[in-house]
Ligand binder design. Sequence first.
Ligand code: GLN
Length: 249
Amino acid sequence: MALDLRICHLYPDLLNLYGDRGNITTLAQRARWRGVAVEVTEVPVGTPLRAAEYDLFFIGGGEDRQQVLAAGDLQQGKGGALREAVEEGATLLAVCGGYQLMGRYYRPAEGEDLPGISLLDLATQHPGKRRPRLIGNIVIRWDPPPAGAPPTLVGFENHGGRTVLGSAAHPLGQVVAGFGNNGEDRTEGAAYRNAYGTYLHGPLLPKNPWFADHLIMLALRRRHGEVELAPLDDQIEAQAHEAAVRRAR
Ligand code: GLN
């Protein structure tokens, strides 16, 4: 049976910092190289989300101003639909500003709290513009890495918000170099069922192709059962990953 993967890109024009769109390109291309038919649907603000039609959701990063619009729109039905989809086994990757909105709330540098969708058990507070942003290259130890994947994930982070995880969210990894969720407890990102949130931009997936494959596998499994992805020639990606690990230390 031919495999197909249905990807939903939420708010592509609104939340697209540091080339977050590259994550979609990486997912789609790596799946296509394995003969998987891929369909990417962009769902902007104001467009209803028919969540049952997708296997994998992606939401990128944005500054506080863009997050206000996205947060408002998520409260108009999309948030509940996403939560339900994840409970039913859908896969989700949320980066930075999008990650913050998957939690209970985001308290911006100025203005009122933005409600999150409580898909991930976490909350984020921006301590104000006088406090330094958490900026730079970041390396984390993936907790736990999927079978066969190297133990690290690399990226670039730039956020004012400090995220603290609740007990139902497992960290995506432990910080080796950089700041992560809050610069204090060494956790980075969050994982719950097949949903992942992270501060890693870059974009994230081109330099961490194993994470891309992990997401593709999870997303395919739901409708297609156990699948195997043929290995690709990832020499260039592995070198870029290694260089990023060395530079961040
Ligand atoms: N506005 C958020 C913060 O500064 C998210 C920033 C981002 O997505 N890079 O914490």
